[in-house]
Design a protein around this ligand. Sequence first.
Ligand SMILES: Nc1ncnc2c1ncn2[C@@H]1O[C@H](COP(=O)(O)OP(=O)(O)OP(=O)(O)O)[C@@H](O)[C@H]1O
Length: 324
Amino acid sequence: MSDYAIELDNLTRTFRSGQGKTRRAVDQLSLRIERGEMFGLLGPNGAGKTSTVKILMTVLLPTSGHARILGDDVVKQVERVRHRTGVILGGDTGLYARLSARDNLLLFADLYGIPYRDQRRRIGELLDVVGLLKSERTRVETFSRGMKQRLHIARGLLHDPEVVILDEPSNGIDPVGARELRDLVRGTVRNGRTVLMTTHYMFEADELCDRVAVMRDGKKIAEGTPESLKKQTDGQVVLSLDIIGVGEPELDRLRRLPGIRSLSVTAVDGSQRLDLHCDQQTDITAAVMTELRHLSVLRVAKREPTLEDAYVSLVSGSGGTWTS
Ligand SMILES: Nc1ncnc2c1ncn2[C@@H]1O[C@H](COP(=O)(O)OP(=O)(O)OP(=O)(O)O)[C@@H](O)[C@H]1O
């Protein structure tokens, strides 16, 4: 029996991307996830998270390398892997909109081969813990996104899997609903199980995960506890500017300034938020303002880096890997 719940060894998946070129969606990815651990897979769009998860779900074949769940190979022991793994994908697919919550679960209980005598009790318990007992007879097409996500959770736990794969749990859900969902993930979904979760939100991973791995361009560029990721920004400060009209030429010049480690730009209410990750020792405010003198700078502030900054710095940086 394997000591690990999930093991990836040099997992690689390539896709053809037109004109005979190939693209490595997952590139020599190796990971060890302990039993009972809640593990976060992070990365920007296109990093390779979904491809990795699909391989673990046994719906996408790796090009090379191996993936095992509880010691079972995801290519050679598909039935065993599916039986022991629960998949919670969320969104609009995977549920029957014209059926009620309860009828959806009855249908999937049949598909999972749950004995008829156990189905009603199990479904009742799950509807209760995900907070849908009052709406059990309501058609899913009238459900809010948050309610659908709760039903996805119930569906994924029906056969009481030992390992759960959870894709973007709070995607598209309002902040209050997202907080409630995180509580549900922490309690009901985890409940002694191993959970592999993908997310775009660093703070979500920080709240829920024991360890995280950050992917970029199919590769693992960082792995460790959220705490150790935060330490990456020790000795740094963020100079944050709201600005109009900043483009690549200015960003290029800023990147070359001594003391700037990395930078990121996001659109905010008709302007741009430029965050510069700088060494604490060097005050580069004057040099930055000189580079930007031809643009409208609406606001300048200095702040302590957050975990999100550590993540942004990693995925936008020039690529030193970090493991702890
Ligand atoms: N079926 C496919 N055919 C061709 N290319 C693909 C296919 N699936 C994924 N890719 C490519 O592989 C890369 C990784 O995609 P993947 O969906 O795994 O990333 P991701 O980290 O899950 O991104 P997102 O957060 O946007 O879902 C991307 O460049 C994507 O375009």
